[in-house]
Design a protein around this ligand. Structure first.
Ligand code: UD1
Ligand code: MG
Length: 449
């Protein structure tokens, strides 16, 4: 059976108090819309339609970046969830199969739940996703009649008795596309909000003699986000879930609640993550690596046995081979560090390659930027870069070559050569003592005068 996703994302999200549309606020460094779209991928959809409205251009651009095959349709006025789904009709022309409606601000529905919704379609024409709410607040209430769902009553329209029900509507539903659009044509807006409610499909379906049921999922999967506080809660839920996944994969987290993971962080077995480590997007850490405290990683790859930090910064394009060491206050960007190489102290390595087993001394800087363009530094294998070396790119240092401490390298250094570029030292015998005596005498004259 084919499926199509319709993801509702037109709402303003007033309570976010933001210029950014609600669905683009990030959770674990990906827009919540991306989480919703990733969740929907579990169904291997044939088409994905995102309904945008508020700040539609921003939502469109973000959607295409997440999935270039997705279609974005515009809901000019936000007249309700039923009206929103209707906007997807043209984009789904010719589509045969099930439509699954997701919300852009309900990002955590699991693959298992979506699959159970689709499975329930064998016994019902319309399947609604519900959950037992600890605090049902303003959610729509599901009025059940045994296995079948009788109707959904919005909080605003509910009686006292209905408000006492704790089985609530997540908003997500699955239904045959033709049936859904046929029923949506009949939805009116005669209710407490004057909106076209998607939830009215339940009663309309029953009136047509169709079967309607509800599938239940854990409440944390239907977590809806309406405020910054909800966003923080959602992020915390995501972090807790991802930490648990890492534990199952054999990763040790010291002070786990201080480690911040991104939506796509990958960490291999027997790796250890010390406290206060932040993962940006696009990080892969292989097995048996050690990421020490206060390190910040994004868009990088750390191989087996590497030791990073404490206080290291790995930026996009940092490629660290096996058993590399990157120490404190070292920044690496767009650079390959080959197996066994060490950059242990206070260095910047950008737009560079460092060969196998090479040692980069403390305070080494690749001067990669001339104010207009970026240039590369290439350092060979088993080389020794002396402390406080500046490598003025573009420049190459050969295999087994050395640079003396404090050298400003502006010319290539061949294999096995030593480069020294610094002022000659001269020692003046006894001059230090003489100078001190002179200065002390001057100070005592001033104090007397
Ligand atoms: C909706 C449900 C309610 C359910 C709750 C779960 C209806 C009528 N009510 O209520 O039963 O318990 O979700 O969170 O469906 N949207 C649009 N266009 C619109 C209106 C909404 O795209 O014209 C989008 C919003 O951006 C949001 C989603 O649809 O992603 C839900 O809209 P919202 O206004 O939050 O609905 P609720 O009142 O919460
Ligand atoms: Mg809502």
């Amino acid at each position: 059976m084919s499926t199509a996703l319709v993801i509702l994302a037109a709402g303003k999200g007033t309570r976010m108090n933001s210029d950014l549309p609600k669905v683009l606020h990030p959770i674990a460094q990906a827009p919540m819309l991306e989480h919703a779209m990733r969740a929907g991928r579990a169904l291997d959809p044939d088409r994905t339609v995102v309904v945008a409205g508020h700040e539609a251009d921003m939502v469109r651009a973000a959607t295409i970046e997440i999935d270039p095959d997705a279609t974005v349709v515009l809901q000019e006025e936000q007249l309700g969830t039923g009206h929103a789904v209707l906007q997807a009709r043209a984009a789904l022309a010719g589509f045969q199969g099930d439509v699954v409606v997701l919300y852009g601000d309900t990002p955590f529905v699991s693959a298992d739940t979506l699959e159970r919704m689709i499975a329930a379609r064998s016994r019902a024409d319309l399947v609604i996703l519900g959950f037992e709410a600890v605090d049902p607040a303003r959610y729509g209430r599901l009025i059940m009649d045994g296995e079948s769902l009788e109707k959904i009553v919005e909080f605003k329209d509910a009686s006292e008795a209905e408000r006492a029900i704790t089985f609530c509507n997540s908003g997500l539903m699955a239904c045959d596309a033709d049936v859904m659009f046929r029923l949506l044509d009949k939805v009116g807006n005669d209710n407490a909000s004057g909106e076209y409610y998607l939830t009215d499909l339940v009663e309309l379906a029953r009136a047509d003699g169709l079967a309607v049921t509800a599938v239940a999922c854990p409440e944390d999967e239907t977590l809806g986000i309406n405020s910054r506080a909800d966003l923080a809660t959602a992020d915390a839920v995501f972090q807790a879930r991802t930490r648990a996944e890492l534990w199952d994969l054999g990763v040790t987290l010291m002070a786990p609640e201080t480690v911040y993971l991104a939506f796509d962080t990958i960490v291999g077995r027997d790796s250890v993550i010390e406290p206060n480590v932040v993962f940006g997007p696009g990080v892969t850490v292989e097995s048996g690596a050690l990421i020490r405290a206060f390190s910040h990683l994004e868009g990088c790859h750390v191989s087996r046995g590497a030791k990073i930090g404490p206080y290291a910064r790995l930026r996009p394009g940092a490629e660290l081979a096996e058993d590399t060491h990157v120490g404190n206050f070292v920044e690496i960007k767009n650079a390959e560090i080959a197996a066994g190489a060490k950059v242990n102290h206070l260095s910047y390595i950008g737009d560079a390659s460092v060969g196998e087993a090479t040692n980069i001394g403390a305070g080494t800087i690749t001067c990669n930027y001339d104010g207009v363009m970026k240039h590369r530094t290439e350092i060979g294998a088993r080389a020794f870069i002396g402390s406080n070396t500046c490598l003025v790119a573009p420049v190459k240092v050969g295999n087994e070559a050395m640079t003396a401490t404090g050298t400003i390298v502006t010319k290539d250094v061949d294999d096995g050569d030593l480069a020294i570029a610094r002022a000659q030292q001269t020692n003046k015998p006894g001059r230090a003592r003489k100078l001190m005596d002179m200065l002390r005498a001057k100070k005592s004259r001033q104090n007397k005068g």
